[in-house]
Design a protein around this ligand. Sequence first.
Ligand code: ADP
Ligand code: AMP
Length: 213
Amino acid sequence: MTAIILLGPPGAGKGTVAEVLAEKGYTHISTGALLREQIRLETPLGMDIKARMDQGRFVSDRVVVEMVREVLASAGGEKKFLFDGFPRTLAQAEIFDGILQSEGTSIDEVILLECADDAIIERLSGRRTCIKCGMVYHVKYNPASSAGVCDIDGCELIHRPDDNVETIRKRLDVYAERTAPLIAYYKAKGLILPVDASQSIDAVRSTVLEKLR
Ligand code: ADP
Ligand code: AMP
């Protein structure tokens, strides 16, 4: 099994990079997307997830780790995985190492997308997300062919409730406090591949493909 992690602040472009890696045969696992699916299904768990997400807080490690375990267990013959937005805390990272170890494998690379806060605020304020397939667009940097409509499935594009400036700032604080320590954790294991994510979408995507080769 190959396991690659996309690490970086919210809005750095993890999902955008994941699109091109998916074309290279990686199965994209976004914990944010899995959690939003629970909200869409209106499960009891979904209510709690929504409350936390809308406030820019993390969902509990237990819930997220169980979700990842289930996806991996049902993945069958899949061999190449790309984790986007997971792990996000040191506890998740340690549990994840244990899960991979029990599969006789380990993390191959951690791609660190580095981007300044002001760019992130602009990116997330202009992000539009397909309500059905989750494809992301940007009103200025990556617009849909027809405003408000997904190019892939023709469904509605929304501005995520957590993509407002106040919640973005909260998410950046939570990232700095709880996720940024993962950089040192993976650096110590020699796994970090830093990428300047302030470049254009095409440039970031090609840099990542180049570094992975
Ligand atoms: P993440 O998955 O890290 O939260 P996304 O991939 O959803 O981030 O990107 C956040 C927003 O920024 C989206 O609207 C996306 O179209 C846009 N975006 C992503 N990468 C870039 C880039 N390199 N330059 C400009 N806008 C970008
Ligand atoms: P994302 O789609 O990656 O921007 O994630 C959206 C939101 O989902 C985050 O702000 C968190 O509330 C929640 N979330 C996603 N992944 C995780 C995770 N690994 N641990 C805790 N919460 C998460």
